[in-house]
Design a protein around this ligand. Sequence first.
Ligand SMILES: *[C@@H]1O[C@H](CO)[C@@H](O)[C@H](O)[C@H]1NC(C)=O
Ligand SMILES: *[C@@H]1O[C@H](CO)[C@@H](O)[C@H](O)[C@H]1NC(C)=O
Ligand SMILES: *[C@@H]1O[C@H](CO)[C@@H](O)[C@H](O)[C@H]1NC(C)=O
Ligand SMILES: *[C@@H]1O[C@H](CO)[C@@H](O)[C@H](O)[C@H]1NC(C)=O
Ligand SMILES: *[C@@H]1O[C@H](CO)[C@@H](O)[C@H](O)[C@H]1NC(C)=O
Length: 398
Amino acid sequence: MRPVRSSVLCRLLPTPFSPALRSLVLVLLCLTPRCQAVQAENVTVLEGGTAQISCRLQNYDGSIVVIQNPRRQTLFFNGTRALKDDRFQMVLFTPRLVRITLTNVSVSDEGGYFCQLYTDATHHQVATLSVSVPPETPTVEVKQEAVEGGEVELSCMSPRSKPAATLRWMRNGRAIPGVVSQQDNAKTFSVSSTIRIPVERKDNGAALSCEASHPALSGQKRIRHYRLDVYFAPTVRIVPPPGIMREGDSLSLTCSVTGNPLPRNIQWSKINDTLPERAEISGPTFQISRLSQLHNGTYLCQAQNNFGRAADHYTLLVYEPGAVVETHSAVPYAVIGGVLALLVFTVICVLIVTIWCSVRQKGSYLTHEASGLDEHGEVQEAFLNGNDASQGKKEYLL
Ligand SMILES: *[C@@H]1O[C@H](CO)[C@@H](O)[C@H](O)[C@H]1NC(C)=O
Ligand SMILES: *[C@@H]1O[C@H](CO)[C@@H](O)[C@H](O)[C@H]1NC(C)=O
Ligand SMILES: *[C@@H]1O[C@H](CO)[C@@H](O)[C@H](O)[C@H]1NC(C)=O
Ligand SMILES: *[C@@H]1O[C@H](CO)[C@@H](O)[C@H](O)[C@H]1NC(C)=O
Ligand SMILES: *[C@@H]1O[C@H](CO)[C@@H](O)[C@H](O)[C@H]1NC(C)=O
């Protein structure tokens, strides 16, 4: 007969001890040569990974070692496969250590694996297998569209993790608190975090992100980036040409339009009148070459999207070529003096640079003979060329 007392002691080892302490206690208790014992280690493994289940033996005397799965089906009977599941392999069977591996672990493999030693008094230990499922990169769903002056509702979702992933919304390095909900679907969790934030036009294009963290990701995060798309009604502004318009000039107006979505159609019209026949319209630009006084009037640019409409107008007055036109209020003499001084200074600078250049590159300097041309002729010629008119004028004035 074997000493029953020590067997019982071995079996009733206190569980709250740490593994190291427990093995120490086991060794101390089992110094009596006949005492046998088995020890199992808990394991945590990633889903799809390989788990090692080890049973440590003490004073093994050749008894039968049985390993069972959580449903208490025998996997190996003293080293011989008993259950037909190729994912289990016995990799070691020595008097000190019995080890099996389980490949492609799934959450349904979780539970206690029994290492059992058949002696007079049966010893067993349970190795608890835990399976960890890290989250995929979360997805973002728009629950309520972002319209200027309203609120946007966004949900960040992580459909599967174990233990439950932690989700966090971020904007400019700051966390936005969300309403978290968690659902338990057969051992894994689906988690979502929903935020509602007020949005203005300036928030269009703002960068948000949703981060999923999880113990199995060892500090790393799975991040989904999201750009706010804020809808807003259009704004419209006509960029007027500088200076006054005279007969024969060409007019070019540009309508600058904003809005989300950007209005596709820009409509030009003339108030209380039809558009001049010679008006050339191409999207945001409106052109009339060779103006006449019949073109006097108020021109309108309009745009709209699903969130509103907007318009801007420009009043055109066409003057005779020779007409003296009073611009705004009288300009103070000091200002005129200042402008003249600046002009003189600029001319002197240009002269100095020109002379310097001509001295450096003898004979190969560029000739600017514009001052020799007949002013009136040049301008008129430019205007006769239609579209090139303003360009010609600019070049000349430079
Ligand atoms: C192993 O896991 C089980 C269940 O989670 C637990 O009760 C036990 O204390 C663990 N054993 C060790 C040695 O950590
Ligand atoms: C169980 O297997 C071990 C190792 O192969 C062997 O030494 C021992 O004799 C076997 N025990 C029985 C009862 O067959
Ligand atoms: C791993 O197990 C899953 C089901 O749990 C299966 O769909 C998959 O094909 C297996 N992979 C391999 C490599 O055996
Ligand atoms: C357009 O015509 C109406 C009525 O004839 C007049 O009251 C209004 O001032 C006109 N608008 C412009 C910009 O000429
Ligand atoms: C056009 O406007 C100019 C400047 O106000 C004015 O002198 C001219 O008489 C107007 N012509 C017509 C046809 O309305």
